[in-house]
Ligand binder design. Structure first.
Ligand SMILES: C[S@@+](CC[C@H](N)C(=O)[O-])C[C@H]1O[C@@H](n2cnc3c(N)ncnc32)[C@H](O)[C@@H]1O
Length: 212
């Protein structure tokens, strides 16, 4: 995953230029910042900071991390406001940020989490947040003709894509497309007030972590 995203860093934001997805992106860009307004947000796997740039004006602060230096360099070059802090970090071993976070956001990370590791990822995330934090996960819906074709589920229930970068290199990448029911089930015991929003090309899961 990290090697793939390091190689893809310079061309990553092309995914946000797909013509058929523009209406959805404008709708999400208009909705998302208000959903975490005023909060101190931990952003998981921030990549090039595409979503950070929309969150920054409305959040109190953002502690955004990613494991890949190549994507972080692009994020830092955006020169976002001083309430944004980019750091290197690992979503599998989340370091609590230097101040309590009552919000969290992860864009296009959930789909890369093996189903067997989802409970561990969520408990690690929740442990790094203040109790009662509002969490938003944003990710892709599978749309034939727009999405890269996906394999049949493997024995663990995960699906895979073969992706080609502009240099011709090919990469096998885990990419899951969970149902609305699976998303709600995943946070049924660790969250409350959960809801799933859907746009033609994207979904968002929102919930509030339980008091510990
Ligand atoms: C699909 S990209 C999403 C980037 C960004 N959140 C966005 O929505 O544009 C997935 C990101 O996960 C990062 N990543 C991969 N493994 C990671 C890990 N173990 N911990 C943190 N980030 C990781 C990659 O470097 C990449 O930037």
């Amino acid at each position: 995953m990290q090697a793939y995203y390091a190689a893809r860093a310079q061309e990553y934001d092309r995914v946000y230029a797909k013509p058929e997805r523009q209406a959805d992106l404008r709708a999400i860009e208009a909705w998302l910042p208000g959903a975490l307004a005023g909060r101190t947000v931990l952003e998981v796997a921030c990549g090039t900071g595409y979503w950070t740039q929309f969150l920054a004006p409305r959040c109190r602060a953002i502690h955004a991390f990613d494991a890949t230096e190549e994507t972080l360099a692009i994020a830092r070059a955006r020169q976002l406001p001083p309430n944004v802090h980019f750091t290197s970090g690992d979503a599998w071993a989340i370091t609590p940020p230097p101040e309590p976070c009552d919000g969290a956001f992860a864009g296009f990370w959930w789909s890369h989490v093996p189903q067997a590791r989802l409970p561990a990822f969520l408990s690690g995330l929740h442990a790094a947040l203040a109790p009662g934090a509002r969490v938003i996960m944003l990710d892709n819906r599978y749309v034939a003709g727009s999405s890269t074709p996906v394999s049949a589920p493997d024995e663990a229930g995960d699906t895979w894509q073969e992706r080609t970068l502009s240099d011709g290199s090919k990469h096998r990448v885990l990419k899951n497309f969970p149902s609305r029911e699976a998303l709600l089930q995943a946070v049924a015991t660790s969250g409350r007030d959960a809801r799933v929003r859907e746009w033609p090309y994207y979904w968002a899961l929102e919930y509030t972590t339980l008091a510990r």
